[in-house]
Design a protein around this ligand. Structure first.
Ligand SMILES: [Zn+2]
Length: 110
Protein backbone atom coordinates (compact mmCIF):
# COMPACT_ATOMS: atom_id res chain seq x y z
CA UNK A 1 0.00 0.00 0.00
CA UNK A 2 1.39 3.40 -0.91
CA UNK A 3 1.35 6.40 1.44
CA UNK A 4 -1.13 8.05 -0.88
CA UNK A 5 -3.50 5.09 -0.78
CA UNK A 6 -3.20 5.04 2.99
CA UNK A 7 -4.11 8.72 3.20
CA UNK A 8 -7.07 8.11 0.92
CA UNK A 9 -8.22 5.29 3.19
CA UNK A 10 -7.76 7.39 6.31
CA UNK A 11 -9.90 10.12 4.76
CA UNK A 12 -12.56 7.55 3.80
CA UNK A 13 -12.66 6.23 7.36
CA UNK A 14 -12.99 9.72 8.81
CA UNK A 15 -15.79 10.55 6.36
CA UNK A 16 -17.63 7.33 7.08
CA UNK A 17 -17.20 7.69 10.84
CA UNK A 18 -18.59 11.20 10.59
CA UNK A 19 -21.64 10.16 8.55
CA UNK A 20 -22.31 7.15 10.79
CA UNK A 21 -22.29 9.38 13.87
CA UNK A 22 -24.73 11.64 12.06
CA UNK A 23 -26.91 8.63 11.17
CA UNK A 24 -26.85 7.31 14.74
CA UNK A 25 -27.86 10.70 16.07
CA UNK A 26 -30.89 10.85 13.77
CA UNK A 27 -31.87 7.25 14.57
CA UNK A 28 -31.70 7.98 18.26
CA UNK A 29 -34.24 10.71 17.72
CA UNK A 30 -36.45 8.20 15.88
CA UNK A 31 -36.22 5.47 18.53
CA UNK A 32 -37.72 7.35 21.43
CA UNK A 33 -40.47 5.33 23.18
CA UNK A 34 -43.86 5.38 21.47
CA UNK A 35 -46.46 7.07 23.64
CA UNK A 36 -48.98 4.48 24.97
CA UNK A 37 -52.13 6.53 24.50
CA UNK A 38 -51.22 8.15 21.30
CA UNK A 39 -54.00 10.43 20.12
CA UNK A 40 -53.27 9.51 16.50
CA UNK A 41 -55.00 6.13 16.85
CA UNK A 42 -54.21 2.41 16.97
CA UNK A 43 -53.09 1.85 13.37
CA UNK A 44 -50.75 4.79 13.41
CA UNK A 45 -49.39 3.54 16.72
CA UNK A 46 -48.67 0.12 15.17
CA UNK A 47 -46.90 1.88 12.34
CA UNK A 48 -44.94 3.93 14.80
CA UNK A 49 -43.85 0.75 16.62
CA UNK A 50 -42.80 -0.85 13.33
CA UNK A 51 -40.84 2.19 12.33
CA UNK A 52 -39.20 2.15 15.75
CA UNK A 53 -37.99 -1.46 15.42
CA UNK A 54 -36.65 -0.79 11.92
CA UNK A 55 -34.79 2.20 13.18
CA UNK A 56 -33.40 0.20 16.14
CA UNK A 57 -32.07 -2.45 13.76
CA UNK A 58 -30.31 0.12 11.60
CA UNK A 59 -29.08 1.88 14.71
CA UNK A 60 -27.43 -1.34 15.89
CA UNK A 61 -25.78 -2.01 12.55
CA UNK A 62 -24.59 1.59 12.33
CA UNK A 63 -23.07 1.30 15.82
CA UNK A 64 -21.31 -1.96 14.97
CA UNK A 65 -19.88 -0.46 11.79
CA UNK A 66 -18.80 2.69 13.64
CA UNK A 67 -16.85 0.61 16.20
CA UNK A 68 -15.16 -1.36 13.40
CA UNK A 69 -14.20 1.80 11.56
CA UNK A 70 -12.82 3.41 14.70
CA UNK A 71 -10.72 0.30 15.33
CA UNK A 72 -9.53 0.28 11.72
CA UNK A 73 -8.53 3.93 12.05
CA UNK A 74 -6.40 3.05 15.09
CA UNK A 75 -4.78 0.20 13.16
CA UNK A 76 -4.12 2.03 9.91
CA UNK A 77 -0.52 2.88 10.76
CA UNK A 78 0.34 -0.55 12.07
CA UNK A 79 1.95 -3.19 9.86
CA UNK A 80 -0.98 -5.56 10.06
CA UNK A 81 -3.54 -3.13 8.72
CA UNK A 82 -4.69 -4.30 5.29
CA UNK A 83 -3.34 -7.81 5.91
CA UNK A 84 -5.88 -10.61 5.96
CA UNK A 85 -6.22 -12.05 9.45
CA UNK A 86 -6.73 -15.55 8.06
CA UNK A 87 -4.31 -16.04 5.20
CA UNK A 88 -1.82 -13.21 5.91
CA UNK A 89 -2.08 -11.97 2.33
CA UNK A 90 -2.54 -8.24 1.67
CA UNK A 91 -6.18 -7.24 1.22
CA UNK A 92 -6.56 -5.47 -2.17
CA UNK A 93 -6.74 -1.67 -1.76
CA UNK A 94 -9.85 -1.68 -3.96
CA UNK A 95 -11.65 -3.75 -1.32
CA UNK A 96 -10.34 -1.56 1.49
CA UNK A 97 -11.61 1.55 -0.26
CA UNK A 98 -15.12 0.11 -0.20
CA UNK A 99 -14.78 -1.44 3.27
CA UNK A 100 -11.89 0.20 5.15
CA UNK A 101 -12.78 -1.84 8.24
CA UNK A 102 -12.23 -5.19 6.45
CA UNK A 103 -9.89 -7.52 8.32
CA UNK A 104 -10.14 -10.41 5.87
CA UNK A 105 -9.75 -10.73 2.11
CA UNK A 106 -12.76 -11.56 -0.08
CA UNK A 107 -11.82 -15.25 -0.29
CA UNK A 108 -11.46 -15.71 3.48
CA UNK A 109 -14.60 -13.80 4.39
CA UNK A 110 -16.78 -15.99 2.16
ZN1 LIG B 1 -7.44 -14.09 3.30
Amino acid sequence: MTTREKEELRQKMLDQIESLREEIRSHEEGSKPVEPDNAIGRLTRMEAINAKSISEASLNSARTRLTRLENALKRIDSDDYGICSECDEPIPVKRLLIMPEATRCVRCSE
